[in-house]
Design a protein around this ligand. Structure first.
Ligand SMILES: NC(=O)C1=CN([C@@H]2O[C@H](COP(=O)(O)OP(=O)(O)OC[C@H]3O[C@@H](n4cnc5c(N)ncnc54)[C@H](OP(=O)(O)O)[C@@H]3O)[C@@H](O)[C@H]2O)C=CC1
Ligand SMILES: O=C(O)C1=N[C@H](C(=O)O)C[C@H](O)C1
Length: 259
């Protein structure tokens, strides 16, 4: 039985992951974490599972196999160190993680004999979209690249982690090295940059479009998530894949999905 603790258990994604974990025959939801002082502390989110504050996270992961983080960029600065334990494996879906937090996490994983799946997007479709971005970028090296991401009006970070990852993969497969975030004023003619635009509107689950534009033609590649279940199902696959992995490394959804 894989014992799972979820940080961000009452969130839009975390609550779905908690439910799906509890429905798996080989998994048990053994901890549901919310912020210290949250009004959700003590709330029974599933039969027999009550939310506890992040100040009790290290106690909650003592006997766990996997810690899943679905919180926020400011929360994960505290939750990751609190969830540190030798041999514990991790699934991290939180986006906008500060670079230095990830660097420390990577060193700790190696030192602790742990393992982690870290991804800005758990969905099968987005990971195939990432693969497609890589091959389009390699084939259309001198085309202009614009990325447009649209999310619900409650999203805390911008650009989305998915848009940033798509930009990184495109840069690695083309001759582009500069990023630009929107445009304003007398910006002049376009350069060779990858430009990312963030739209926040209503209850949009998550949409990403990459435009590859030449002078006589363009390709527009779009992924639209219809339901957060697409992310939650990928998170459960990642939990199963990383449990007992203890590789000392950080892994991607490509490995989980065999892409
Ligand atoms: N990788 C992927 O496929 C996806 C990733 N995401 C990412 O997942 C994260 C969560 O998204 P979403 O569910 O929409 O966010 P929500 O704002 O809906 O949920 C955030 C959750 O985190 C909890 N929380 C907030 N602060 C802390 C803290 N300091 N310590 C512990 N828990 C805390 C909240 O509980 P409370 O308020 O009670 O404290 C709540 O349960 C974001 O970074 C988002 O970008 C989202 C979708 C897909
Ligand atoms: O916050 C969200 O909602 C989402 N965040 C992820 C991101 O930042 O890429 C993935 C998804 O599109 C939904």
């Amino acid at each position: 039985m894989i014992s799972v603790v979820v940080g961000g258990a009452t969130g839009k994604l975390g609550s779905l992951v908690c439910r799906l974990v509890s429905e798996q025959e080989d998994m048990k939801l053994s901890g549901a974490i919310v912020s210290e002082g949250s009004a959700n502390i003590g709330r029974e989110i599933l039969p027999g599972v009550r939310c506890i504050g992040a100040d009790r996270l290290s106690e909650a992961v003592k006997d766990a196999d996997v810690y899943v983080d679905l919180t926020s960029p400011s929360a994960i600065v505290k939750t990751l160190p609190a969830a540190r334990r030798k041999g514990l494996n991790y699934v991290i879906g939180t986006t906008g993680i500060p670079k230095e937090v990830m660097e420390t996490f990577e060193k700790n994983i190696a030192a602790d004999g742990s393992g982690a799946v870290v991804t800005p997007n758990f969905s099968v479709g987005v990971n195939v979209f990432f693969k497609t971005c890589e091959s389009l970028a390699a084939a259309l090296k001198d085309y202009d690249i614009e990325i447009i991401e649209t999310h619900h009006n409650q999203k805390k970070d911008a650009p989305s982690g998915t848009a940033k990852k798509a930009a990184e993969l495109i840069a690695a497969n083309s001759c582009k090295t500069e990023y630009l975030y929107g445009r304003e004023g007398e910006v002049g003619a376009r350069g060779n940059e990858i430009c990312i635009h963030s739209v926040r509107a209503g209850d949009v689950v998550g949409e990403h479009t990459v435009i590859f534009a030449g002078n006589k033609e363009r390709i527009e590649l779009t992924h639209r998530a219809h339901s957060r279940e697409a992310f939650a199902e990928g998170a459960v696959a990642a939990i199963r894949w990383i449990a007992n992995k203890n590789s000392g490394k950080i892994h991607t959804m490509y490995e989980v999905l065999g892409l």
